[in-house]
Design a protein around this ligand. Structure first.
Ligand code: NAP
Length: 287
């Protein structure tokens, strides 16, 4: 039988640990989320992040700005957040309006408060395989946690990732390489994508195209593991992934559902990063 890789048992089991960790801190961790514009999906994601943070006893404040908010205004806001000792974590919800194209806000958030793990110091820690007080990108962290929970060992495995974004594909490829996987990173210019998906033990798709990967992309020997990162909005507030779940599920060993797979793991990782950032900052104050 195909194993469905639900995130719920993982999230449920981590909730208690996060609540206990927060109780040992002097103050509840505080997160600021900056939401610019009126993207309906962004509003839903931000609401979920806030609800999850509050469910573990952290504080999450959403700063809503209009579509015409300017890069220099964001810079000044982030500067104030960096200086505020009571704020442990900060993120800017993506996507941003066009005036932010090419604006590198990631470097303006202190790496110690960078709960999304996008700051170059945090990213570079992956390349150097440094351990310690770094905050790593949430979706890759969540995917690795999900694989570990279901005892899917990546060492020595061939893993094909589709999508080379800065938030998913690129950092994930390096994090899995650090775990001794052999990683192939595919993108829109990859020729004969099916050759790479069929050759892999684990396939991770982060494209954002609904039902893009059909049964023709996979072996039919029930050996492969499929991780679907994609989220595409359908009518009636429904979402779907990159993989034709019903069409392929009987030919693979394991598959993540959408919703209920990678998405909640990303929010869990965000909450863990927030708690970690609060610990780092508390220890720095003591030192
Ligand atoms: P993105 O920046 O939108 O990039 C998409 C990637 O897909 C690009 O690298 C692109 O290649 C590649 N691509 C597009 N068409 C392709 C094709 N026909 N064949 C192969 N590759 C193709 O990516 P993202 O921000 O990582 O988001 C991807 C999806 O994941 C979206 O649906 C997003 O909503 C979702 N997401 C989900 C979570 C979660 O927690 N579940 C988190 C983050 C993102 P090029 O580089 O050549 O353009």
């Amino acid at each position: 039988m195909t194993q469905i890789l639900y995130s719920k048992p993982i999230v449920d089991s981590e909730l208690g640990e996060l609540k206990d960790a927060i109780k040992t801190l002097k103050n509840a961790p505080k997160l600021k989320v900056i939401l610019i514009g009126n993207n309906p999906s962004s509003k839903i994601y931000v609401k979920r992040k806030k609800e999850f943070c509050e469910s573990i006893g952290a504080i999450c404040e959403i700063i809503q700005k209009n579509d015409d908010f300017q890069p220099l205004e964001l810079e000044s806001l982030l500067c104030n957040i960096n200086k505020d000792d009571e704020i442990n974590g900060c993120l800017v919800q993506l996507p941003l309006p066009p005036q932010f194209d090419g604006f590198n806000f990631q470097e303006l958030i202190s790496p110690l408060k960078d709960v999304d793990g996008f700051h170059k110091d945090n990213i570079f820690s992956i390349y150097k395989k440094s351990s310690g007080d770094f905050l790593l990108p949430c979706t890759p962290l969540g995917i690795i946690k999900l694989l570990q929970h279901y005892n899917i060992n990546v060492s020595g495995k061939n893993i094909t990732i589709i999508g080379r974004s800065l938030i998913v594909g690129k950092p994930l490829s390096m994090m899995l390489t650090n775990l001794d996987a052999t990683v192939t990173l595919c993108h829109s210019r990859t020729r004969d994508l099916a050759n790479f998906t069929k050759a892999a033990d684990i396939i991770i798709s982060a494209v954002g195209s609904p039902n893009f990967l059909t049964c023709d992309y996979f072996k039919d020997d029930k050996s492969q593991v499929l991780i679907d990162v994609g989220i595409s909005s359908l009518k009636q507030n429904k979402i779907t992934g990159d993989i034709d779940f019903n069409g392929v599920k009987n030919q693979v060993a394991s598959i993540t559902p959408v919703p209920g797979g990678v998405g909640p793991m990303t929010i869990l990782s965000l909450a863990k990063n927030l708690v970690k950032s609060a610990y780092i900052q508390e220890n720095l104050k003591k030192a």
